[in-house]
Design a protein around this ligand. Structure first.
Ligand code: ZN
Length: 685
């Protein structure tokens, strides 16, 4: 991003530090609320998200509103110079509402109506729930919209899940009627109706997918997932109507998530659609640092991937809305962050584009589900405990990074991520049930660039392709005619395109392409992939590429070549000696096809050739060994480099420029020693 084009996504010119503050749990303890104001300053916190689960305190009985406590909290935060991210409370309902209006309760896929309890379990269609949230949000906007402490709106919390009640069924049928323009035959055609006699003769016969009913009509499954995203967004839009009207200048966000254990993007909602409705992307990151199944660097790579996806959704800085200063309470093993990891993991978020480090939650609960979830202030209320001190250090560090706020990360490389394709692939009854691993495969293709500090945008299919030199499209199982045309154009105009096995198999209705691979893909790649072999975990095969043998697992595509040159061949089985990898010139560009899932080292070696050919490079000449990551945010001529050691050993880094350490002010060049988990933040002109 060029100078003077900074996007102040939060309307703030400082790094946000703080998090979810839930004083509604402590209203009977005024001494604690008073103490908090002192601890906020001591922890170098400046921003607090309020009211996220406060509905039963804001409206303990229907129509009986109590804002006076919130007035006081916001005023108190303002009095110490703090800012507020005000949430709408729809993430959890008060019990009176479920009791009086049972329609707000969710019905699961097996058609079982859920009882009151938990959170994030509402019917998004319920007119009552929509009316109640709209009413509450209007009151919040009227009361606090002009408060000088208000920084932004946090709409609901971690939207997710689906409801299968009768109202949602009706809404789904209406959504389908609209999509298929009242043409039931078009729906039957798209869903391949005659198979197993699944043709519908009336719209009213259609039901959402269910474990006790239909779940094998792939077109239905896919349309249902799309509907769930649209219905969630529709609920969100209902929530923000009054807020947009009354406070048009205040940015709006909602907190996105990731799926753990593997740390992959959240799967249930299509965030590429949701992003268009938000002013700012924010997300909740809870990597299981120090786990026993991967290296710290491997986990850091996956965090980097998600950051680059969520940043690329709007091509602007994002916010870390929730994180933990130490352990969480919901991993299988809730391990404490080791000394130094909190600063390192926080700076990694900033390095990839976050303008905040915020926590869930700021003060640890005394009781119930999250009483052991890590927090800034622990039950001991002490400023001397390790976690509190490490949080204060992060705050201190962020105070010195205000010049980084609003800066972005330009990239020449893009990886295409598609929620719909992942849904369709997961529903597909074929290939291996456990080995599809679409998000993980993308992370594998991201790895080399992360290891070499080459910036990557992880983009979605509607985004502009032409700005990139290299576009990597692994396992794009579902590719519409439109997407295929855009990939073709990208290559014709000089782009380098990489595609893999299991790509371009079905169209947007989840219907397979007929007559071999799509003709445009055949033309671009100069091949026709004719058969995909799925391997058992114990099966062995390999590919010969550049005079080296690389092990393959899970998938091997048998390829018929037309105009393409063969770059790699299979070494065993009935396709031994046949092409596994191809390269084709198309228009002004080139198209590579990788037919098999190959070992980690293959990706390194293959992409190294493209890195050299396309003169891709890290932003700064900083050399280091494995496990160190240097991520850069740019502001015109100034580069802000985050040099991070994600290993348990000391590492030497060679800096071939003159850099200024933003924390100490010292000038650095040449060799720099990084301690275990150490991070240095440098400015380079
Ligand atoms: Zn419902």
């Amino acid at each position: 991003m060029l100078k003077n084009e900074k996007t102040f996504t939060t309307a703030a010119d400082f790094m946000l530090h703080g998090g979810d503050y839930n004083p509604d749990q402590w209203l009977d303890h005024p001494e604690i609320l008073q103490e908090d104001l002192k601890l906020m300053k001591l922890s170098n916190s400046n921003t607090f998200s309020l009211g996220i689960f406060a509905w039963s305190t804001l409206e303990p009985q229907e129509g009986d509103y109590h804002f006076e406590w919130l007035d006081k909290i916001i005023d108190n935060i303002h009095s110490i110079g703090g800012r507020v991210i005000l949430a709408t409370p729809s993430g959890a309902r008060p019990s009176w509402m479920s009791q009086k209006y049972p329609e707000v309760l969710r019905v699961d896929g097996a058609r079982v109506k859920q009882l009151h309890g938990g959170r994030h379990n509402h019917c998004f269609t319920s007119p009552v729930y929509r009316e109640k949230t709209a009413q509450m949000n209007r009151l919040l906007a009227e009361r606090y919209g002009k408060h000088p402490a208000l920084l932004m709106w946090h709409i609901s919390n971690e939207y997710g899940g689906e409801c299968h009640c009768e109202r949602c069924q009706d809404a789904f049928r209406n959504w389908l009627r609209d999509k298929y323009k009242e043409n039931l035959k078009a729906l039957n055609d798209s869903w391949w109706g005659p198979f197993w006699s699944h043709t519908f003769s009336d719209w009213s016969q259609i039901e959402s997918p269910s474990p006790i009913g239909e779940n094998m009509v792939h077109g239905l499954n896919l349309d249902w997932k799309r509907f769930v995203t649209d219905q969630t967004i529709s609920f969100f839009e209902n929530e923000v109507t009054a807020i947009r009207e009354l406070t048009p200048e205040i940015p709006i966000t909602t907190n996105f998530m990731a799926d753990t254990h593997d740390l992959i993007p959240f799967q249930s909602l299509d965030y590429s659609k949701f992003a268009k409705h938000l002013d700012v992307i924010s997300w909740d990151a809870y990597p299981a640092w120090h786990n026993d199944w991967e290296t710290t660097a491997n986990l850091a790579m996956k965090v980097g991937f998600i950051n680059d996806l969520y940043r690329s959704l709007k091509q602007q800085p994002f916010l870390l809305m929730e994180s933990t200063p130490s352990a969480v309470n919901w991993h299988k093993i809730n391990k404490a962050k080791r000394p130094g990891m909190h600063l390192l993991s926080s700076m990694q978020m900033v390095a990839h584009g976050s303008d905040s480090i915020l926590y869930f939650q700021w003060r640890k609960s005394r009781g119930s589900s999250e009483k052991f979830h890590g927090a800034v202030v622990d039950h001991d209320n002490s400023v001397d405990n390790r976690v509190f001190k490490e949080v204060s250090t992060v705050g201190e560090t962020l105070e010195k990074l205000s010049q980084v706020v609003g800066t972005n990360r330009p990239a020449d490389v893009a990886i295409l991520y598609d929620w719909e394709s992942n849904w369709a692939l997961n529903h597909a009854q074929g290939y291996g049930t456990e080995t599809k691993c679409y998000p993980q495969t993308l992370q594998e293709h991201y790895r080399t660039f992360w290891e070499q500090d080459i910036p990557v945008d992880v983009i979605t299919k509607e985004q502009e392709f032409s700005r990139y030199k290299l576009l990597i499209v692994p396992m794009l199982y579902l590719a519409s005619e439109e997407t295929i045309a855009r990939l073709k154009q990208f290559t014709a105009e000089g782009g380098t395109l990489v595609m893999t096995y299991i790509s371009g198999i079905v169209n947007e209705h989840d219907l397979t392409y007929l007559g071999g691979w799509h003709q445009d893909l055949q033309a671009v790649f100069g091949i026709n992939p004719v058969e995909t072999d799925t391997l058992y975990p114990g099966d062995r095969n390999s590919v010969q590429y550049s005079n080296r043998s690389y092990e393959l697992t899970d998938y091997a595509t048998v390829i018929e070549t037309h105009s393409a040159a063969v770059d790699g061949i299979y070494e065993a089985d009935f396709y031994a000696g046949s092409p596994a990898m191809t390269k084709n010139s198309y228009g002004k560009g080139r198209a590579y096809y990788i037919g098999a899932r190959l070992e980690e080292q293959f990706n390194r070696d293959f992409y190294q050739e493209l890195i050299t050919d396309l003169s891709l490079q890290s932003v700064l000449p900083i050399e280091h060994g494995p496990g160190v990551s240097v991520q850069v945010r740019q502001d015109g001529d100034v580069n802000y480099a985050f040099v991070m050691n994600f290993t348990e050993q000391e590492q030497t880094v060679s800096i071939h420029v003159v850099a200024k350490d933003l924390m100490t002010g010292e000038e650095l060049s040449g060799e720099l020693l990084l301690a275990k988990y150490e991070v240095r933040i440098l400015a380079v002109k």
